[in-house]
Write a protein that binds this ligand. Structure first.
Ligand code: ADP
Length: 161
């Protein structure tokens, strides 16, 4: 069974992330979305909240699982029984970053492969950080995120005021 790990911060998950996960789920038997439990305190959502929002967003996808991970992504992928990672590419700056990270990952774990999927046209401009900025300014985000994420964002931004 071919398992792929899709790692990320997902602060919060957007339709761009979801599109990559769904397309990967057509290529692999199982996709494990790894929500990175980062020590970075500048995130809007806690690790538990980010996990919950990803879970709600893929609840109807039987071959997509979600779990939290800490530490090295390569170690997490090997523990999960994956032979590859999947990442999304929106523009050339994503490529530079992913390429650099991949070379380091290969040093750590030569047998793990990276599969990059190009972002769908309608999500090429979409990032979690831009989404949070638009949401905080009262912009319409309904077509950019799954419904539970839109609700959570509004609630979170209200409680911060
Ligand atoms: P990280 O902090 O690890 O980059 P992110 O949650 O920002 O975590 O992104 C996880 C992955 O999803 C990355 O490979 C990123 O390039 C990809 N991604 C983010 N937004 C989009 C999008 N709109 N379309 C396609 N891929 C995306």
């Amino acid at each position: 069974m071919a398992t792929v790990v899709y790692p990320g911060t997902f602060d919060p998950i957007t339709n761009g992330h979801l599109d990559i996960a769904i397309r990967a789920a057509r290529l692999f038997d199982k996709v494990i979305i790894g929500v990175y439990d980062t020590p970075d305190k500048r995130l809007l959502f806690s690790t538990a909240e980010r996990l919950e929002l990803v879970k709600k967003s893929v609840a109807d996808r039987p071959n997509i699982e979600v779990t939290i991970f800490t530490g090295m992504t390569v170690d997490f992928a090997i523990d999960m029984g994956a032979k590859s990672l999947v990442r999304g590419l929106r523009r050339s700056s994503d490529f530079e970053r992913e390429f650099e990270m991949e070379l380091m990952n290969k040093k750590q774990c030569p047998d793990l492969e990276l599969v990059c999927l190009m972002s769908s046209l309608q999500y090429q401009f979409l990032s979690s950080s831009l989404l949070k900025e638009v949401a905080s300014l009262g912009g319409n985000i309904d077509s950019l995120v799954p419904a539970p994420v839109a609700e959570a964002l509004i609630e979170k931004l209200h409680t911060r005021e």
